[in-house]
Design a protein around this ligand. Structure first.
Ligand code: SAM
Ligand code: SF4
Length: 428
């Protein structure tokens, strides 16, 4: 049996797409290998959101070039945000790559497969075949809208993933029903901007409609979604989180900066005050909400004072999680064209550490409030003799027990807390 290995970096969307590719390969007779070195076919699912990610991709392509020299029959496929519409230049730079296909372009993948004598899979790719990944996972990532129409000035995603295209509701429902039949208990609906879901579909259904329909699937226990955009999230959606029991109390709501001039230069479409009001509304409607955010430090021209505003916003909002990144100019974006990347790397690093340090203290404090409380955990796996899984609020919990908890909803009494995870005892 030929073997495949998929190397993935980047966002949840990339992870979801790698799962789809794995399902396709499973269904056409391939078997998963555990490294490049044992594979006949390698897929690189790439991210170029920041230079550091792009460097990792280029390093891995270099490694594969060496492998292909030794094993000329090795097939190398590349997808993800490295691949743009015009593949000519990439083909010139990486002539040893057998196929470059845009994110989610499965017709291109299966057309290539057909040329290699691999049968075409007619069904939706995700749940075709053996689904090696389903066997080990109680949750699934479901892309519901592809692309992004926002063009934030720093971001390469709209150039690589194209304009927004929603998947039909019936297709999503059918897919989730099938996954639940196979034992999946939780789904995360994915989009670069999930709030745009449905605007391009007949009747313009919203994400709230989709949540309501999915919640009627009997054995589905939890529904999540990400990422929301502060300028687009609707009151209806906030009310859906409050009223639909299966929808988890967790939102990813990237703010990106705590200063209005920087937000304007980023083309985010809201002010700090609007973001603040939005968070107040959410907390009023869903008091137990857990909030994650993203912040970019060192955007062109960011002064010390403007950075301090990001820091004080983090303090004020009490986020559960903050993903902080140093600004990285991306060729072709508006910020790359219009602004000079004039904040020195050491200053960016220093600002990044300041936010991380502050957030560790805040998350430590928030998590310590769970001490002694009982939480529901969907068990995802075991590591170092401990079971682990997530609460509805997306907190990572570890516990020890001799039983088989994989895929179970466990009640865990929290005994230990840290900024990054919780530990406790399972109730039986
Ligand atoms: N759609 C989401 C949003 O509206 O924020 C997130 C998608 S984006 C690919 C993921 C995160 O990467 C962003 O929230 C941002 O913080 C970060 N990011 C994107 N472009 C970046 C850049 N050029 N430099 C540094 N960080 C960047
Ligand atoms: Fe990038 Fe902005 Fe779209 Fe998010 S909303 S993917 S940051 S352009």
């Amino acid at each position: 049996m030929p073997r495949y290995f998929i190397w993935t970096i980047g966002c949840q969307m990339n992870k979801a797409e790698s799962q789809q590719i794995a399902s396709y390969l499973d269904s056409v007779g391939y078997q998963a290998a555990n490294s490049f070195f044992h594979a006949d076919l390698v897929v690189l699912n790439t991210c170029v959101v920041r230079q550091s990610a792009e460097n990792r991709v280029l390093g891995t392509l270099g490694l594969l070039k060496g492998l292909k020299n030794k094993h000329p029959n090795l097939q190398i496929l590349v997808t993800g945000c490295l691949v743009n519409s015009d593949t000519q230049e990439l083909k010139r730079r990486f002539p040893y790559v057998d196929l470059l296909f845009k994110s989610g372009d499965y017709p291109e993948l299966s057309a290539w497969g057909q040329k290699q004598g691999i049968p075409v899979e007619q069904r939706l790719l995700r749940y075709a075949g053996n689904n090696s990944w389903i066997a080990s996972s109680p949750y699934a990532l479901i892309p519901v809208i592809q692309g992004c129409d926002n063009f934030c000035s720093y971001c390469i995603v709209p150039y690589r993933r194209g304009r927004e295209v929603s998947r039909r509701r019936e297709e999503i429902l059918y897919e989730v029903e099938e996954l639940v039949r196979r034992g999946i208990k939780e789904v995360t609906l994915l989009g670069q901007n999930v709030d745009s879901y449905g605007h391009d579909l007949p009747g313009h259904p919203g994400l709230a409609d989709l949540l309501s329909e999915l919640s009627s699937i009997d054995d589905l226990a939890r529904i999540r979604f990400l990422t929301n955009h502060p300028k687009d999230i609707s009151l209806r959606l906030i009310e859906a989180i409050a009223s639909i029991n299966k929808v988890c109390e967790h939102l990813e709501l990237p703010v990106q900066a705590g200063d209005d001039d920087i937000l304007r230069a980023m083309r985010r479409g809201y002010t700090v005050e609007q973001y603040r009001e939005l968070v107040h509304t959410i907390r009023r409607k869903v008091p137990q909400i857990s909030l994650s955010t993203d912040i970019i430090v060192g955007f062109p021209g960011e002064t010390e004072e403007q950075f301090e505003y990001s820091l004080s916003l983090v303090k004020e909002m009490g986020f559960d999680v903050v993903h902080v990144a140093a600004y990285s100019p991306r060729p072709g974006t508006i910020a790359w064209r219009e602004y000079q990347d004039n904040i020195p790397a050491e200053v960016k690093k220093e600002r990044l550490h300041k936010i991380e340090e502050l957030q560790a203290a805040i998350a430590g404090e928030i998590n310590s409030q769970l001490q002694g409380r009982e939480v529901e955990v969907l068990v995802e796996g075991s590591k170092g003799g401990k079971w682990f899984g997530r609460t509805r609020s997306n907190k990572l919990v570890f516990f020890e027990d001799a039983g088989d908890w994989l895929g179970q909803l466990a009640r865990v009494k929290i005994e230990k807390t840290s900024p990054w995870s919780l530990g406790g005892e399972v109730k039986k």
